[in-house]
Write a protein that binds this ligand. Sequence first.
Ligand SMILES: C[S@@+](CC[C@H](N)C(=O)[O-])C[C@H]1O[C@@H](n2cnc3c(N)ncnc32)[C@H](O)[C@@H]1O
Length: 282
Amino acid sequence: MAADASSQDHQPSRDPYDRHVGRYSPELARALIAVVEIERGQRALDVGCGTGALAEALAALLGADSVAAIDPAQASVETCARRVPGADVRVGRAEALPFGDGEFDAALAQLVVPWMSDPARGVAEMRRVVRAGGVVAACTWDFASGMTMLRSFWDAAVAVDRRGAMQAGALDRTRLCDPDELRELWAQIGLLEIDAGELVVGADYADFDDFWWPFSAGVGGSGRYCASLDEAGREALREEVRRRLGSPTGRFRLTARAWYVRGRRPGADPATTQRSKETTWR
Ligand SMILES: C[S@@+](CC[C@H](N)C(=O)[O-])C[C@H]1O[C@@H](n2cnc3c(N)ncnc32)[C@H](O)[C@@H]1O
């Protein structure tokens, strides 16, 4: 099942993460919410909220007082709390969620599951905190070929500095970035009505300098690798990335594909049990 998020003008915030990978997060959040089929009147949890793009999109739909968000990084939690006033934003990890059983209608993790120290434990916790029949969903980048921005960067890095780029993890982080692996994990946790598919989103760049800024500023793993190079190495990498993106002049847009997975917590509700046998989503 495919879900294309529409292109909308997004003004990145000043947070460095939001000028890097986070530039894609608002569109991705809207696409994830669309496949999860969250409705007004429900209560939702954003696990690994980062700077709060998903929590903000959930609050726009449900109201901030129906949204909780959690992340282990204190600075991100503070940014999220400022971005979504009225939401219950806490410091914590997926593997030990500080919420009671069945508190939410939906628990979502956007670009987080591969970074959990124990993904099975984290997803089991997400299952625990949703009600019977509630939804547990996640999405992860298709690093192998669908995340143009990071793929172009790391392919260029391998081309100009193979050993250094590999040591920096150019080809790592592919665990749980595949729809079959995500389905398997959801099944292992005992979720029902499991469905997986793609979410295709995009981000706009004013020009190549706008694209390059987070790398030169050392944001994220890619930025840290970039910052570790000497000036000549950085310039060679910059030119190789620019070439791989088609040497853009002026504004351009890149697309990114994520894999989503969703499933329901089993429940005593006969309607839920019947639905799970039919494995249907609306
Ligand atoms: C790539 S960011 C995604 C942030 C946000 N969800 C978004 O879509 O922009 C990954 C986030 O996962 C968080 N994280 C890492 N390990 C975690 C864990 N065990 N439990 C919950 N969040 C975790 C990080 O602190 C970071 O904010």
